[in-house]
Design a protein around this ligand. Sequence first.
Ligand code: ZN
Length: 195
Amino acid sequence: MAGKLPKEQVLDIFRETKALLEGHFQLTSGLHSSQYFQCARVLQYPKYLHLFAGEIANHFEYSDVEVVVSPAIGGVVVGTEVGRMLRVRSMFTERKDGKMELRRGFELHPGERVLVVEDVVTTGGSVFEVVELVNKAGAKLAGVGYIVDRSNGKLKFDAKHFSVLQLDVVAYKPEECPLCKQGGEAIKPGSRGNY
Ligand code: ZN
């Protein structure tokens, strides 16, 4: 299910904050795209963090959420804000030797109702790993909330799930890229932002 904010308004905010860039990019996957999206860029602004976290918090207001869990690093900022708005604990998972874990003394209790929050979901890998931790602890999955769904509508969870925006990924193999065919060169946006 998607949010109440009009799609165009969300896209305008993404463009204004340069979270969404339009041009000709080489993605981490090696594929080419006319769009590049970096969610952290929009969440650096408190008003937008508040706006998007608020959409998620509102959606799960009556889901009896007792704790928010987010996968680090991407989910931490939005998860913390959602937890603050729902007035519940928020914690995060992180990887150790590639394995997702609750560390730093964070604990889930049996029966506790957990909302998993992430910034961007593409394959859902990290979210599924967090859900596994929730199940292992004997806690209950109350829902999954994220700002951007990049799964092109493919993602399904065994719980109520919500995204503020569905932003389909349009990507091409380099040899099939229409932008390359027009004579352009793909830019590799670095994680340092030196695109
Ligand atoms: Zn290209």
